[in-house]
Design a protein around this ligand. Structure first.
Ligand code: PGA
Length: 246
């Protein structure tokens, strides 16, 4: 499967700093062996649409509403994202689950809302440190994925899945390749049980991926790419990770 490297800018950037970063990325990423996208804050999507037109870099958003339209102040719909050329949207990132109390069920409905608009949801799952230490990793990620499978079973093969152990996000503490592979294998088995098209679903790893550890992580059998936070904010670092996936 073609590898995917997706950047997650989180709540970072400005028109000026984005312009420099996007220029460097557009020049540095060639269409080919690996699919590359950046997930930017919603106010910058128009900028991405303008700057990335004709480039090999896909546009991603970081969240969307589960609703289609109406009285939901502050929310952004899938149809609105679509107007800015958005092809991917993160759903259920651990920061949304943690700071915005997003439940498994809401995440599943957000994935459904994205799919209904022709946007690929990048469904994020992952355990906290306390859950890992309590031996609950497998149960937690299986439960998070099960909610998405239940609501989206018929078009499950259109999603991208990302395993992001919460304790590895932004901490510089990466899961070892073996730790990540073990969880990816669990997720893969669950996908295989849910759909005959499971082989099409990329499962990305995220959590302190950087230019030094990307190669080894990406060489694991069930790791189909990376979701990169901090290291996606510097063009040189991000491009080095992209190179590891080619
Ligand atoms: P990180 O973030 O690479 O900074 O750990 C990954 C993510 O949250 O998607």
């Amino acid at each position: 499967m073609k590898k995917r490297i997706f950047g997650n800018w989180k709540m970072n950037g400005s028109l000026a700093s984005n312009a420099a970063l996007l220029d460097a990325l557009a020049q540095g990423v060639q269409a080919g062996a690996c699919d590359v996208a950046v997930c930017a804050p919603a106010p910058y999507l128009a900028q991405l649409q303008a700057v990335l037109a004709g480039s090999a870099i896909g546009i991603g958003a970081q969240d969307l509403s589960a609703h289609t339209e109406g009285a939901y102040t502050g929310e952004v719909s899938g149809a609105m994202l679509r107007e800015f050329g958005v092809r991917y949207v993160l759903v259920g990132h651990s920061e949304r689950r943690q700071y915005h109390a997003e439940s498994d069920e809401l995440v599943a409905r957000k994935a459904q809302a994205a799919l209904a608009c022709g946007i690929t949801p990048v469904v994020c799952v992952g355990e906290t440190l306390a859950q890992r230490e309590a031996g609950e990793t497998e149960a937690v990620v299986r439960r998070q994925l099960a909610a998405v499978v239940q609501v989206n079973g018929h078009c499950l093969s259109e999603i991208v899945l990302a395993y992001e152990p919460v304790w590895a996000i932004g901490t510089g503490k990466t899961a070892t390749p073996a730790q990540a592979q073990a969880v990816h294998a669990v997720l893969r088995a669950q996908l295989l049980a849910a759909t005959t098209a499971a082989g099409r679903i990329p499962v990305l790893y995220g959590g302190s991926m950087n230019a030094s550890n990307a190669s080894e992580l990406l060489s694991q059998m069930d790791i189909d790419g990376g979701l990169v936070g901090g290291a996606s904010l510097k063009a040189a670092d991000f491009l080095r990770i992209v190179a590891c996936a080619q």
